[in-house]
Design a protein around this ligand. Structure first.
Ligand code: ITT
Length: 227
């Protein structure tokens, strides 16, 4: 994997490795051209409107669900690794450029948990009331008053059987119990972003889209891939 400015570029195609070795990759420009079709490599209905909002209607977005792509197993230990895995999986299966998000909530007093296990804490029924209760119970178990937490989003774009680019954004905030608000998805009702009094479950979704971890990652992606 090559590190370039604030993003990572990974190559899993032997021809690309050869191009790098022979110097022929120089001048290759990875670009997301407005109007092109893009696979949103997610099966999470909460993420889809946020990804579409970030793309600003400039792309013909089709979801992994609409293409009946299977959900890959998230076997990596980092957000970046899982985002790359999901984008690569969708791009290679669909033959189209794919954008994936791997994200989660990290709690300071829980040493960063649930982190990459954020979705798994909700169990097979994807029950986030249960997941949020689990966060509260774990904090009681460790007897901590530290309510600092942060959301992370890694966004990866993969070209079919070609290169991939991945970036990461982080948004800090505080947890509040009990959960508040019915907007957003996942852990949003627990999370008060820094500088605000309301949770992401209460705040206007357009405001969330402008300040979120996903928006911060997308700004980096835009700088790397969009003219
Ligand atoms: P895909 O992999 O299909 O995209 P997923 O839900 O499994 O869907 P992740 O593996 O990235 O996605 O899991 C991240 C979990 O973290 C997600 O299910 C949410 O519950 C939570 N999460 C991520 N971003 C969030 C946000 O903006 N607000 C609230 N919760 C969020």
């Amino acid at each position: 994997m090559l590190r370039w400015k604030s993003c990572y570029i990974s190559f899993n195609d032997i021809k690309l490795w050869q191009w790098i070795v022979t110097g022929r990759v120089v001048g290759m420009k990875l670009r997301l051209i407005k109007g092109m079709r893009l696979v949103a490599a997610t099966h999470n209905p909460g993420k889809v409107p946020e990804i579409k909002a970030l793309l600003g209607g400039h792309y013909d977005v089709v979801t992994a669900g609409q293409l009946n792509l299977p959900e890959p197993e998230e076997t990596e230990t980092t957000f970046v690794g899982n985002a790359l895995l999901k984008a690569r999986h969708a791009a290679d299966l669909s033959g189209e450029v794919a954008l994936a998000d791997d994200s989660g909530l990290s709690v300071a007093a829980l040493d960063g948990a649930p982190g990459v296990f954020s979705a798994r804490w909700a169990g097979p029924d994807k029950d986030f009331a249960l997941a949020m209760q689990k966060v509260e119970e774990r904090l009681e178990e460790v007897r901590s008053d530290d309510r600092r937490a942060w959301f992370t989003s890694a966004l990866a774009v993969a070209w079919p059987n070609g290169p991939a680019v991945v970036v990461e954004g982080r948004l800090d905030g505080l947890l509040t119990f009990p959960p508040r608000g019915a907007r957003g998805f996942g852990y949003d009702p627990l999370f008060i972003p820094e500088g605000y009094d309301q949770t992401f479950g209460e705040l206007d979704p357009a405001l969330k889209d402008s300040i979120s971890h996903r928006a911060l990652a997308f700004a980096k992606l835009k700088a790397a891939l969009i003219d």
